[in-house]
Design a protein around this ligand. Sequence first.
Ligand SMILES: NC(=O)c1ccc[n+]([C@@H]2O[C@H](COP(=O)([O-])OP(=O)(O)OC[C@H]3O[C@@H](n4cnc5c(N)ncnc54)[C@H](OP(=O)(O)O)[C@@H]3O)[C@@H](O)[C@H]2O)c1
Length: 346
Amino acid sequence: MSGRTQIFFTGATGYVGGAILQKLATHPTAANSEFTLLVRSPEKARLLEDWGKTTPAGGVKILLGSLTDYDKVTAQVAKSDVVFSMADSYNDDPCKAILAGLKERFQNSGKVPILIHTSGTGTLKDDAQGKFEGETIYDDITPDQIESLPDGVFHRNVDLLVLAADREGYAKTYIVFPPTIYGLPVGPLFDKNISNRHSHQIPFLIRAGVARKQGGVVNDGLNKWPCVHYDDCAEFYITLYTAILEDKADHGRGGNYFIENGEYRAYDLAKAITEELAEVGQSDKSTPVPFTAEEYEKTPMLSYFGTNSRCKASKARALGWKPKHPAEDIFASIRPEVRALLNIQP
Ligand SMILES: NC(=O)c1ccc[n+]([C@@H]2O[C@H](COP(=O)([O-])OP(=O)(O)OC[C@H]3O[C@@H](n4cnc5c(N)ncnc54)[C@H](OP(=O)(O)O)[C@@H]3O)[C@@H](O)[C@H]2O)c1
């Protein structure tokens, strides 16, 4: 193995991971780093290899396979100094495979490897069903508040495994909690269709509206969520990574990093989507109409859009992260998103 920093990266073909990898590949340390990307598609693996040659890193290695190829993942992580986990925030077993590799790395080298794991502010969600604005605002400078979350909430199963690894001392762990991420990414990985251009929540609501020919909302849509532009989100991971290398970032219990640059109210987002859908002939009315009981039964995920998730990204800002896009930009992102999803010329 060379003396270069060994980085294992999952989710390179994803919306979040692609935006980060593009930036990481031009990080001042990239030329002294060796990137190994876990990729499922052989075709995308080839495209990523070609792209890698154009970056300061001079190339990327591919581990062809899935996160569920547990032994393969563990063996690669056991050779890594840094893991960027950008592919799965729900399942225990892929996380356990990564942690087993980190433990092996520590035992064999005596050096404590780094895990940057992606969770989500969905872990903070309540059951408001669109009927009220939540009162609790979580602040990541207060680990006690985060630790008050019940074990069974979204993402928490995986986050608890990650936190335990840090406590045991065989890895330094950093958990990033993105909120609603929006915007259509640009850059080589997106322009070449290697990485996914679409986020999750907004495209889901757009598709749900198209399917019922009417933009929808959960009850009154009084609930609130934080949001961040994809580029500001990616920039945070770079800020964090730089701070970790300079030994300036808290890890473990104090290493929970929310990301947000403001919030939006669910009704306002639903309204922006519905107006755009109406404009392109995909919604009967231009104001949102609440989803029905039958619709929740058929698509339980719809109720997610009636939850509150409220937080402050105090730790990210303390590290010097300066997001450029205010929360209102989420509304401006709807028009291009609708047109891109529906293949309509902007
Ligand atoms: N987008 C958001 O607004 C948002 C907000 C909060 C948290 N997050 C979290 O951020 C993470 C990334 O989300 P995203 O928006 O980038 O999703 P995405 O665009 O769907 O990308 C997911 C990435 O993970 C890879 N992946 C999934 N399962 C895999 C497996 N079994 N083996 C190997 N690779 C696998 C995908 O590879 P393929 O290309 O092969 O499918 C893809 O590269 C997720 O954990 C998500 O929960 C996202």
